[in-house]
Design a protein around this ligand. Structure first.
Ligand SMILES: NC(=O)c1ccc[n+]([C@@H]2O[C@H](COP(=O)([O-])OP(=O)(O)OC[C@H]3O[C@@H](n4cnc5c(N)ncnc54)[C@H](O)[C@@H]3O)[C@@H](O)[C@H]2O)c1
Length: 438
């Protein structure tokens, strides 16, 4: 099929590339000229494992092209995916200005039978709003569908090519059939293709993310309690996780959730509830708990220095909101950096992929290490914020030798407190009382 993907970010680029790889002719459209020029030269503007190779393979055979030319991208497209950002506005509701700008710019160029599909995460009722807006702009009833994306950054290609399920929201069976055919190559292991109304489909995406965020805030809250009760959150996890009604997924305590999705989607769902006169008590609590959790490491570090952070040399390992991505949107590391800079600490940072994005924000206010070990030279403590595989088995002897004091604040519980104590470290983790660490 001939496909246009509007918005060539994390979701648009992965979607366009994977659809090209399954034999479709895909044009990725973006208003960011610099991004498109880089892609045309074969440079990938984001870090996503496996993406570079897949883009190269499909551009080489001409199935995947990048453009800023709306007419060229849209006029022959049978399916137009919308994958622009939907960031939070001041009241937490999704800001749809990019999406409406796209609708207005593509309306005149759409093929009469084109199917317009929202892949962006959009509030319930957006598909209906697009139908109305396109009717006004084109004078005809356009074919609109919802198809929320569930990929995880860091494993985006695998998730797109082997989805747990594909959800589509449509008003007619023939549109469902078009999308079923498109996704057939990715559903050969019989994972379900779920057809529902656009409203249910739009809601599904928010509910999925809100539930995952709820699990994280819940385990973080009880982890903080464990620390004060001489209980060990890892033992408690084992104790509850074997219950088949509970399980282990998404119940890892840490320094809070970040990224471009969970924080904004929880707030957007809460905004929808408020808009309908409901009080989103659980969602509000999930969000507030997370905001506090993102400050936990900074508070522990400050307390260990008696509240005096000024001039302290502090190293941070991990800046991306999670491993295997360079995405730092709403990352807990950013909150920690802000806390430490506010206290006038000297902060040295290291991340395998996100250094460029952090440098673009902080410039010379931080020191950028060339490697994980390099970051530790002279550090009075280390904070670990992202659980990159690179940090799981470091040379602890070398670490202790480089640091001014062997103190670690681990926001991802990478090591055993008992082992770390034996190695001579003062090791603070999440959800384990200092008594357990001895
Ligand atoms: N990132 C994820 O892991 C993920 C997962 C599932 C769903 N989503 C959802 O997908 C959507 C996109 O997220 P993302 O992370 O890919 O965003 P992104 O910020 O990485 O990419 C958005 C792209 O849209 C482009 N854009 C903005 N206005 C445009 C316009 N008028 N015309 C053409 N291009 C335009 C931007 O230049 C940018 O390249 C969001 O709604 C998000 O919630 C994201």
């Amino acid at each position: 099929m001939r496909i246009a993907v509007v918005g060539t970010g994390y979701v648009g680029l992965v979607t366009g590339t994977c659809l090209a790889d399954s034999g479709n002719r895909v044009t990725c459209l973006d208003i960011n000229t610099e991004k498109i020029v880089r892609l045309q030269k074969g440079e990938i503007p984001i870090y996503e494992p496996g993406l570079e190779e897949l883009v190269a393979r499909n551009t080489a055979v001409g199935r995947l092209v990048f453009t800023t030319d709306t007419v060229a991208a849209i006029e022959s497209a049978e399916i137009v995916f919308l994958a622009v950002g939907t960031p939070p506005s001041a009241d937490g509701a999704a800001d749809l200005s990019a999406l409406w700008a796209v609708i207005d710019s593509i309306a005149a160029h759409l093929h009469p039978l084109a199917v317009i599909v929202t892949k962006s995460t959009v509030p319930v009722g957006t598909c209906a709003g697009i139908e109305k807006r396109l009717l006004t702009r084109t004078g005809r009833v356009c074919r609109v569908a919802s198809n929320p994306e569930f990929l995880k950054e860091g494993a985006a290609i695998e998730d797109f090519q082997k989805p747990d399920r594909v959800v589509v929201g449509v008003r007619s069976a023939d549109i469902a059939d078009i999308l079923r055919n498109l996704y057939a190559p990715f559903l050969r292991t019989e994972n379900p293709f779920l057809v529902m109304s656009p409203e249910s489909s739009e809601m599904t995406k928010y509910v999925a993310n809100a539930l995952l965020a709820t699990k994280i805030s819940f385990i973080n809250e009880v982890a903080n309690l464990c620390e004060r009760m001489e209980a060990d959150i890892d033992d408690v996890r084992r104790g509850i996780g074997h219950d088949s009604r509970i399980g282990f997924a998404f119940l890892f305590p840490g320094a809070g959730y970040g990224g471009s999705c969970f924080p904004k989607d929880v707030q957007a769902l809460a905004a929808m509830a408020r808009d309908k006169g409901l009080v989103p008590r659980v969602l509000n609590a999930v969000h507030e708990t997370n905001l506090l959790q993102k400050h936990i490491l900074g508070e522990k570090i400050s307390a260990s220095f008696g509240g005096h952070l000024a001039g302290r040399k502090i190293a941070i390992w991990g800046l991306a909101f999670k491993p295997r991505t360079d995405d730092i949107r709403d990352a807990p590391a950013i909150d920690l950096i802000e806390q430490l800079l506010l206290g006038a600490s000297q902060v040295t940072v290291y991340d395998p992929e996100a250094m460029g994005n952090v440098r673009a924000i902080y410039g010379d206010r931080l020191v950028y290490a060339t490697g994980a070990m390099d970051a530790l030279n002279g550090a009075e403590c280390l904070a670990i914020v992202t659980e990159w595989g690179d940090f799981r088995h470091p040379d602890f002897v070398d670490m202790a030798r480089r640091m001014a004091a062997p103190i670690i604040f681990d926001g991802r519980n990478l090591y055993s407190p008992v082992d770390m104590h034996a190695r001579g470290f003062t090791y603070h983790s999440i959800g384990k009382s200092p008594v357990i660490s001895r």
